[in-house]
Ligand binder design. Structure first.
Ligand code: ADP
Ligand code: MG
Length: 136
């Protein structure tokens, strides 16, 4: 899947009233929102989504955080969407994120970092299907 990526506006961003501001950044950067929905993940959904990290020490906390409140899941389109979106969101840790990135402007910490972005075209397809194409 090319020119599409999957994004999440995470629970910290919604809790801090940054949902609208982050959508403005998405639109200002010329992404097309193909699909979007507010959802509160259950443990099974979050564990499935982040299964690649299940052996990591932060896994349990990450699942708890991702299920702690509503988030917005989005399917985004733009030429070279995966790389464009990863560049726009910035480094995982906001302390290391470049100026002008979403995580620099909105994230609280390495965990509560406001947004998710797929890291490859292959994972973009898997993640879009996970939230938009299948009953989960
Ligand atoms: P990214 O979201 O930048 O692709 P990762 O895939 O490495 O980062 O990690 C997934 C998510 O897990 C991160 O966005 C963050 O919310 C959380 N996370 C990653 N590393 C840590 C860490 N060392 N401590 C706590 N949470 C972390
Ligand atoms: Mg990742």
């Amino acid at each position: 899947m090319q020119n599409k990526t999957f994004a999440i506006i995470k629970p910290d961003a919604i809790e801090n009233n940054n949902l609208g501001k982050i959508i403005d950044v998405i639109i200002a950067n010329k992404f097309t929102i193909l699909n979007a929905r507010l959802t509160t993940m259950n443990t099974r959904q979050a564990e499935g989504f982040y299964s690649i990290h299940k052996e990591r020490p932060f896994f349990k906390d990450l699942i708890f955080f991702m299920c702690s409140g509503p988030c917005m899941v989005l399917e985004l389109e733009k030429i070279n969407a995966v790389n464009e979106w990863r560049t726009l969101i910035g480094s995982t840790d906001p302390k290391e994120a470049d100026n002008g990135t979403i995580r620099k402007d909105f994230a609280e910490s390495k965990e509560r970092n406001s947004v998710h972005g797929s890291d490859s075209n292959e994972n973009a397809e898997i993640e879009i299907n996970y939230f938009f194409k299948n009953e989960i």
